[in-house]
Design a protein around this ligand. Structure first.
Ligand SMILES: C[S@@+](CC[C@H](N)C(=O)[O-])C[C@H]1O[C@@H](n2cnc3c(N)ncnc32)[C@H](O)[C@@H]1O
Length: 275
């Protein structure tokens, strides 16, 4: 299997997640009421990647979450690609409390994992949603927030969005790509935020882009994660860029817990200067 080659931005993402996971499990371990603290990696990958910079093998997010002082009480790893889940099983097989699932995380989270995290379960979970592109359904985010036990790191995939959806004239974008964006955002409102209609001689003949990534990120934070999904605490995201400065994705954190937001905001601020 060909391993994913990752840039420095992915290494920073993993450092951020590991730092928070470390703080999270230390805090949760001390809560007598807590019956378990769970790590969910919904777009897990193969477990190991190759650094573009050095060519070295580097741990992917599933192994990264095992490199902490106090382990989570359960680990759930999902990937849609069979080769990746097989590689992952080889890497973590035999490790107690780890389950690897092959399939679409939008189904597996809702059917197999979230039902065990109801509020009365007295469990808490950190869920990493790290797709390459628009592969996450808004319904999945809603199912997570409704539990009030799950906090998320979310990769908001700007590169896929900018390349395939946000054409200068929206009418030139493929309707299937526009539908992927609607499913990810759970609404078509982004069109109103980013575009104006321009009337030609024969009625509407173009929708011209006037909004940028910053406007889109602010809208997604305030109108979707906070207002529509009801996450009470959402950090200002970090913008991950490639080595040429091109925007790749926003990394969001959303939670129902104020301490979680405070810790992540400090971690994000520490890393902003490298991005
Ligand atoms: C950005 S990579 C994950 C990288 C990994 N989180 C890391 O940091 O090492 C995205 C992964 O999502 C998987 N994927 C794509 N669509 C998926 C879906 N609907 N459900 C689960 N996995 C999916 C891909 O096979 C790929 O391995």
């Amino acid at each position: 299997m060909k391993l994913d080659k990752v840039g420095i931005w992915s290494e920073i993402k993993l450092d951020i997640i590991r730092e928070y996971a470390n703080a999270y499990t230390k805090i949760m371990k001390k809560k007598a009421w807590c019956k378990g603290y769970v790590y969910i990696d919904a777009f897990a990958g193969a477990g190991i990647n190759v650094s573009r910079k050095t060519g070295e093998f580097i741990p992917g997010s599933p192994l990264n979450a095992l490199e902490i002082e106090n382990l989570f009480t359960e680990y759930h790893y999902i990937d849609i690609d069979r080769e990746k889940t097989e590689a992952l099983r080889t890497l973590v097989g035999g490790h107690p409390n780890i389950q690897v699932y092959e399939g679409d995380c939008n189904e597996i989270l809702i059917k197999n994992i979230f039902p065990s995290l109801a509020y009365r379960s007295r469990k808490r979970a950190l869920c990493i949603l790290d797709p390459y592109g628009l592969h996450l359904n808004w319904e999945t985010i809603l199912s997570a927030t409704r539990l009030e036990t799950v906090e998320i790191f979310l990769n908001f995939p700007l590169m896929d969005i900018n390349r395939n959806v946000l054409h200068q004239d929206l009418l030139s974008a493929d309707p299937d790509q526009i539908e992927r964006m609607n499913i990810f955002c759970g609404t078509e409102e982004w069109k109103r935020v980013l575009y104006v209609r321009q009337m030609g001689l024969f009625g509407v003949d173009s929708q011209i882009k006037i909004g940028d990534n910053v406007k889109l990120g602010k809208w997604f934070k305030e109108e979707r994660l906070e207002r529509a999904a009801g996450f009470k605490f959402v950090s200002d995201p970090v913008l991950m860029r490639n080595s040429k400065g091109g925007p790749l994705y926003f990394l969001f954190f959303a939670s129902h817990n104020e301490t979680g937001k405070k810790i992540v905001t400090d971690i994000f601020n520490k890393y902003r200067k490298y991005l």
